[in-house]
Design a binder for this molecule. Structure first.
Ligand SMILES: [Ca+2]
Ligand SMILES: [Ca+2]
Ligand SMILES: [Ca+2]
Ligand SMILES: [Ca+2]
Length: 499
């Protein structure tokens, strides 16, 4: 790691650039704007500054720096552990064991070690990002600590085949509590066809069952969202919530059940939280090729409901896949809709051909629709930002930058670079330049607030790396090697003032 190479002051944000190859920032969740990360924050040495927990080590922070000498390898038993962190302590779970460590100077001090037989886990479709090596030499970061009782000592919750297993620490290590059966009933999937010939292929197949649902743990409550059988392309989503009753061994509390069913909604709408009220929200994005135009135009449609499917709102635009469709643009706590459109199809067929074959500059528009206190998104945009994005080659050549544009990788509005809770805009306006537009009074300035250089073969992401609540800009290059992928990463740390 090389520290503080360049420091430039322009506008209200300053960047300090550092090499940090270990940091991996993936695509954000399109419905929340939250980037997927290979790290977490905790203050392991309790000096008031966030340290970085990676799957193999902790990087301790000293005044915005992560000195190589303060990199502490994680305790690594023979079995690859799943790490979690609570109250600045490191928990590690292996096949049959649980340990808790705290950092004492530069060494880990074990404050608990016990054997536990864990249940068989439910398979999880969401894998953490950045895991490229087939042969892992380290553990993984997981989430299994939840303070259900609210007493500052976390419970361990493990989603297993037969239900949720809860383990509590009542002073002398963790013991198993109830297995909580809150899952919906599995659906039977009938085999699509059965072979009747040749005779040896004839067999009675036992239809597999399928269980698909989302489970949310939040404070002391648990919410399970499942779906009904389809009504064409429409489904109903069922939501059930319980509170844990700590006095009764963490069973769901009697009478604490809240259940709701949505009106029929499109099956691609996923549960999400667009505002803080208790009604579950659902939203989804689909892209399709428009059939009623001469040029085959790509359309992106965002559909959402904040009232359980009674009313659907939708925003349609000529657009390739965008990075993210919701961010809290104005910082009021409710997510707002981001609708981008490409200018590739502007005009008629002739303009489209000219633009595709010979022009390198693409017009691009970002529209923001704010959410009001009733959960409605404004029909007409509250903000329109027009951009010009210059590619290295005309779109027809299908170069890597155009591919990146079609994947939403050139426009990022998920970060807050100056810490005022309002989202700022980072756009790759040129093959070798990132343009940064700070959100000033819910508007973006005409000219960029500042720019950063980017190598033509590099990509970028936005996330808070040092845990100071200011988003940082991550510029990285990947190279495929025989032994996996090598990554070179430079983090541009945002600072309010020059160091
Ligand atoms: Ca610290
Ligand atoms: Ca908002
Ligand atoms: Ca901001
Ligand atoms: Ca930061």
């Amino acid at each position: 790691m090389i520290s503080a190479l360049i420091c430039v002051v322009i506008g209200a944000v300053v960047f300090v650039e550092k090499e940090m190859d270990a940091i991996v920032v993936g695509r954000p969740n399109p419905l929340t704007g939250q980037p997927s990360l290979n790290y977490r924050h905790a203050d392991f040495d309790q000096d008031g500054l966030a340290d970085i927990l990676l799957p193999d080590r902790v990087l301790l922070q000293r005044a915005g720096e992560f000195p190589a000498a303060l990199s502490v390898p994680l305790p690594l038993p023979l079995d690859k552990p799943e790490y979690d962190v609570f109250d600045n302590k490191l928990y590690l779970r292996t096949g049959d064991r649980l340990e808790i460590h705290r950092l004492n100077g530069m060494t880990w001090e074990r404050i608990l070690g016990q054997n536990i037989a864990w249940p068989d886990l439910l398979p999880d479709e969401n894998e953490p990002p950045g895991e490229m090596d087939a042969e892992k030499t380290h553990g993984t970061l997981g989430r299994y600590l939840y303070d259900l009782s609210g007493n500052g000592v976390p419970e361990i919750v493990v989603p297993a085949i037969e239900g949720l297993h809860v383990y509590a620490n009542e002073g002398r290590g963790y013991t198993a509590k109830h297995v909580i059966d809150v899952y919906p009933s599995p659906k039977v999937i009938f085999p699509e066809r059965t072979l009747v010939w040749p005779p040896e292929a004839r067999a009675i197949t036992f239809p597999p069952t399928r269980l698909r649902f989302r489970l949310f743990l939040d404070g002391n409550s648990i919410t399970v969202i499942s779906r009904s059988a389809g009504l064409g392309s429409l489904i109903r989503r069922h939501t059930s919530s319980w509170l844990f009753d700590v006095e009764r061994g963490y069973l769901p509390r009697d009478g604490g059940l809240a259940a709701s069913v949505t009106a029929p909604i499109p099956a691609y709408l996923q549960p999400c939280r667009l505002n803080a009220d208790s009604t579950p929200d659902f939203a989804g994005v689909r892209t399709y090729i428009s059939e009623n135009s001469l040029v085959p135009e790509q359309i992106q449609e965002l559909v959402l409901t904040t009232d359980g499917g009674k009313t659907l709102q939708s925003f349609r635009s000529k657009s390739f896949q965008t990075l993210c469709v919701f961010v809290d643009f104005d910082g009021d706590g409710d997510l707002d809709a981001v609708v981008e459109s490409t200018g590739l199809y502007k005009g008629g067929l002739r303009e489209f051909l000219t633009r595709s074959l010979s022009e390198r500059t693409l017009p691009h528009t970002i529209a923001i629709h704010l959410q009001d206190a009733q959960g409605r998104f404004s029909k007409t945009p509250d903000l329109l930002k027009k951009l010009s994005i210059k590619l290295a080659q005309p779109p027809f050549r299908d170069g890597p930058l155009f591919t990146e544009y079609q994947n939403g990788g050139l426009v990022n509005i998920t970060g807050d670079l100056n810490g005022d809770r309002k989202r700022d805009l980072v756009v790759r306006t040129h093959p070798d330049r990132l343009s940064i537009y700070l959100n000033e009074n819910l508007a973006f300035p005409k000219a960029p607030s500042r720019t950063l250089d980017i190598a033509p073969d590099a990509r970028f992401g936005v996330a808070d790396v040092d845990g100071d609540a200011l988003s940082d800009i991550i510029i990285y290059r990947e190279a495929s090697l025989e032994a996996g992928t090598s990554r070179h990463t430079i983090v541009h740390f945002s600072r309010r003032t020059a160091p």
